[in-house]
Design a protein around this ligand. Structure first.
Ligand code: FAD
Ligand code: FES
Ligand code: FES
Length: 463
């Protein structure tokens, strides 16, 4: 038995703590406005908003309730589409969807509306591009998207008037939210999110892998360790020229981190290639590394940054280089009870280069066919003093390309350097599937990385 706060009301539910929240909302509470499409985080039909009190401030985000275990919702404020309806009339966003014919069968509509409301609740930069990024995890199979885009454009233009300092009241006064929303906030002030970091069960962070891969085991499992949102596992800070990132930090928190965006100029652009806003709001750094995926985007990035993992388990604590962490397909050097508390790496120097590339079938919401990351440190003369090239999608684990990295040392970034490094890279890899295609992708990605460091690199070298 657990108590959940849904649309401002405390509701007692009986599902196990590992049950996907969408099932609790629909089957136990009858809130069927939240739809079930794929149950794998891909369609956004099950999107809900979750509010949480953090240091006396209430933070909102939208996420997919099919991948959120009930345990992660306890102590947070869950807002479903029903909780965003105004009495007897359409809200501003609903009306825009109707006016622009953004609805046909209507199955995807609650998810789109939730993502758009979450954007209105959270965005500091009101642009159509950012709004589209907010709904990038919502899929519609009827409308063809243009009519939805027109509705979103109208909303964005209206939201440009928003009073950021008095956001909730503005959204209520302008018919984006019902008045009862203020009550949801009050309710949250007396609650805080629960985590169960200290027991010995299965570690569950965002659940975006676990609820896809092991849904039944998680639903039926006992005493999970819910660590998502545990403040002691959430940090992004710099100390003594090292950057520390907590294991339960979400991809969205990386995305909005001033520290990381100052250090890596195109960081947001890279992170937009990782899943969707709905998934990034849940997915954590620790989960991305611990799942041992051979194409984990964050693992690739942190390997190029030569990160070290700090693990805590029943036997105490230890550190391990990320390069030594992956031991086989989805296998790692981590014991079951060990938690990745944080990772750290040397901060980039102002003229260091860091670039990430990812090729997948779809630009957004897709895993990589091949992904890679290159970090270069050069001296004042432009000579490469340190290079770390990391590639995924070529075998059972992500790969640190030690020979290729070495081949770059002592050189300037030039056409000749690319030709030589590419020759070494091709010797260093043995792609298991579609070898010719993957060799081509490694070649092109290495070129793009070096081009990012020296724009005058000529594409002639690719012929
Ligand atoms: C629709 C969809 C799209 C996706 N797209 C991408 C993508 O583009 N790129 C990408 O890289 N990934 C993608 N993923 C995969 C996934 O979202 C990420 O790997 C995510 O970072 C996993 O984090 P999590 O917190 O959800 O992990 P969870 O599912 O909670 O856990 C995953 C594993 O890690 C363990 N674990 C979690 N946290 C810790 C910790 N701190 N210490 C020790 N063990 C821990 C768990 O026990 C479990 O074994 C996608 C997933 C979905 C569903
Ligand atoms: S049902 Fe498709 S994302 Fe949840
Ligand atoms: S309107 Fe039918 S799925 Fe979007």
């Amino acid at each position: 038995m657990a108590t959940l706060i849904v649309n401002g009301q405390e509701r007692v539910v009986h599902s196990t703590l590992g049950t996907p929240l969408v099932n609790v909302l629909r089957d136990e509470l009858g809130l069927v406005g939240t739809k079930i499409g794929c149950l794998e985080g891909d369609c956004g039909a099950c999107a809900i908003i979750v509010g949480e009190k953090i240091n006396d401030e209430i933070k909102y985000c939208a996420l997919t309730s099919c991948l959120m275990p009930l345990g992660n919702a306890i102590g947070r404020s869950v807002i479903t589409i029903e909780g965003t309806n105004l009495d007897n009339r359409l809200s501003r966003i609903q009306k825009a969807f109707v006016d622009h014919n953004g609805i046909q069968c209507g199955f995807c509509t609650p998810g789109f509306i939730i993502s758009a409301i979450s954007f209105a609740l959270t965005s500091n930069e009101i642009t159509l591009d950012n709004m589209i990024n907010a709904v990038a995890g919502n899929i519609c199979r009827c409308t063809g998207y243009k009519s939805i885009e027109r509705a979103l454009d109208e909303i964005v233009n209206d939201l440009k008037r928003i009073d950021m300092k008095n956001r909730i009241n503005w959204l209520i006064n302008n018919e984006y939210l019902p008045e009862k929303f203020l009550g949801y906030e009050k309710q949250l002030k007396t609650n805080s999110a629960k985590t169960s970091y200290h027991n010995n069960g299965k570690i569950i962070a965002g659940g975006t892998d676990l609820l896809v891969q092991e849904e039944e085991a998680i639903r039926d499992g006992s005493h999970p360790r819910f660590i998502w949102g545990d403040p002691s596992l959430k940090t992004i800070r710099i100390e003594n020229a090292k950057c520390y990132i907590g294991g339960a930090t979400t991809v969205s928190e990386l995305y909005s981190s001033t520290i990381l965006n100052n250090m890596i100029p195109r960081f947001k652009q890279y992170l937009r290639l990782v899943s969707s806003t709905l998934i990034r709001n849940m997915a954590t750094v620790g989960g991305n590394i611990a799942n041992g995926s051979p194409i984990g985007d964050l693992s690739i990035m942190f390997q190029a940054l030569d990160a070290t993992l700090f693990l805590r388990g029943a036997q105490g604590t230890r550190e391990i280089a990320i390069k030594d962490f992956f031991t086989g397909y989805k296998k790692t050097a981590k014991q079951d009870d060990e938690i990745i508390e944080y990772i750290y790496f040397n901060t980039l120097r102002p003229n260091d280069n860091f670039s990430f590339e990812k090729i997948s079938k779809r630009t957004h919401l897709d895993m990589a066919t091949v992904n890679s990351c290159l970090k270069l440190s050069r001296n004042k003369q432009g000579i490469i003093e340190q290079a770390s090239f990391s590639v995924g999608g070529l075998g059972p684990t992500i790969r640190f390309m030690s020979e290729t990295s070495k081949a770059l040392l002592g050189k300037v970034v030039s056409d000749e350097t690319f030709i030589e490094a590419e020759r070494v890279a091709q010797k260093e890899i043995t792609p298991r599937s579609r070898p010719e295609y993957k060799r081509l992708l490694v070649r092109q990605q290495l070129f793009l990385h070096l081009k990012a460091a020296n724009d005058s690199l000529s594409s002639e070298v690719l012929r």
